[in-house]
Design a protein around this ligand. Structure first.
Ligand code: ARG
Length: 413
């Protein structure tokens, strides 16, 4: 077999920049380019079209993968189970997608004998960190290259390059936004959104309808097993189907629109619009089922864990040892998160109206104020006495020294 030139694997979206990068990397490094396109449910062109374009732009091999189910099960579901939102708002749409793509980049690098992995990120965002950290965590021997950042690929350069080489890609229609999307949601940046006083216009949104004029309320029952949605209105669904169905129904109600100024890892604050109807509706349901089934102390500690988990994932540490350890904790908490949640979705909100679970910790007889009360109220008196003892002692000391908020006489000598 003839010895081939050194090879680089390129994360390929099918868009202008990465199409130009195929030829430009070749010219600049003398290496052969193998493209990798991964379907994470972003919609748009089919993989075969994308594959053919890569070959037409000069790739020696074009690897494509339908990773929609894998992405839903191994990335979106852990995000749901974590309950974590970055800055209490963002369901990590792009952040969980990069490690999913990285897996395939590394697989392709091995399959086609590449020593370098390239991606189309700029030097200003989080995604470059997620790609490169991910790649070197899975395959420390691989080198990373970012042509836009490292080989001076400006937008203008790309347009001129594509025209000059007659690449089969449109260069005239320039979308004013930078958009990243997959089945878990959509992220929209740049253009007039960079003025943070500017409200988003209608054309920004695609997964959600305007919640101001919603259709009739939509009642849904979601069944979970160990923190994973397994049925919707009694019909069995895969994780991918659950997200798709909820995207459709919650999207019609305008649920899951997010508009925030976000702290990027590189230190920049950036304006982000997100829409994640399925993800946010599922989060509401999952959270309430946890309220019913998690032990109080486990739930408290889980809040700390999910905060840390979200920060790690946001910062490109998906394959890090700490993230793996936190995964174990989160997975363990989900043991009893099974049952049904009923929600009404309407006008931008998903509101829980009912919950039902075999593994519930809710005890009707303990909670009731009516007949059947099994709770011994007289126990509460002694409990409060002891629970408050430490504060009582400190208050008595404050009184003695005339400090703090305590009023009255000291019990202490
Ligand atoms: N700021 C978000 C994040 O870091 C969204 C990034 C979207 N990426 C993009 N290339 N438009 O997760």
């Amino acid at each position: 077999m003839p010895q081939h030139k050194d090879r680089v694997v390129l994360a390929y979206s099918g868009g202008l920049d990465t199409s130009v990068a195929i030829g430009w990397i070749g010219e600049q490094t003398g290496m052969e380019v193998v493209t990798v396109a991964v379907d994470l449910g972003q919609g748009g062109e089919d993989l075969e079209t994308v594959r053919q374009r890569a070959l037409d732009c000069g790739a020696v091999e074009a690897y494509v993968a339908d990773a929609r189910d894998e992405f839903a099960s191994e990335y979106c579901m852990p995000q749901l189970q974590s309950g974590g939102l970055y800055m209490d708002a963002y369901p990590l749409i792009s952040a969980i997608s990069r490690p999913a793509i990285v897996k395939h980049l590394v697989t392709a690098a091995r399959e086609f004998g590449a020593t370098v992995v390239a991606h189309g990120c700029t030097g200003k965002g989080n995604d470059q960190v997620r790609f490169e950290n991910g790649i070197t965590s899975l395959a420390p021997d691989l080198k990373c290259l970012a042509p836009v950042r490292d080989l001076a690929m400006t937008r203008e350069f790309s347009i001129n390059y594509a025209n000059k080489h007659n690449l089969p890609i449109e260069t005239t229609h320039h979308n004013p936004f930078s958009i990243d999307q997959n089945v878990w949601g959509r992220a929209i940046e740049t253009g007039f959104l960079e003025d943070i006083w500017n409200g988003p216009t209608k054309d920004v949104y695609n997964y959600t309808d305007d919640p101001t004029y919603p259709p009739l309320p939509d009642e849904v029952v979601i069944t979970f097993e160990k923190g994973i949605p397994v049925a919707i209105d009694g019909n069995a669904v895969s994780p991918l189907q659950a997200i798709q169905e909820m995207n459709r129904r919650a999207g019609a109600q305008g649920i899951g629109r997010i508009d925030i100024v976000e702290d990027r890892l590189v230190g920049i604050k950036s304006r982000e619009i997100y829409e994640a109807p399925g993800a946010m509706a599922l989060h509401v349901a999952h959270k309430e089922l946890e309220n019913v089934t998690l032990d109080r102390e486990q739930a408290r500690f889980k809040r700390t864990v999910s905060d840390r988990w979200s920060d790690l994932v946001y910062e490109g540490q998906w394959f890090s040892p700490l993230k793996r350890s936190l995964d174990c904790f989160i997975r363990d908490t989900q043991e009893y998160v099974s049952g049904d949640i009923r929600m009404v979705m309407h006008g931008g909100r998903a509101t829980v109206t009912g919950r039902r679970s075999e593994s519930s910790l809710y005890d009707f007889n303990l909670a009731t104020y009516d007949e059947g009360d099994s709770y011994n109220q007289s126990n509460a008196k002694g409990f409060i006495e002891i629970f408050g003892l430490t504060s009582q002692l400190a208050a008595a000391r404050d009184v003695k020294f005339g400090k703090g908020e305590a009023m009255g006489k000291s019990k202490l000598g």
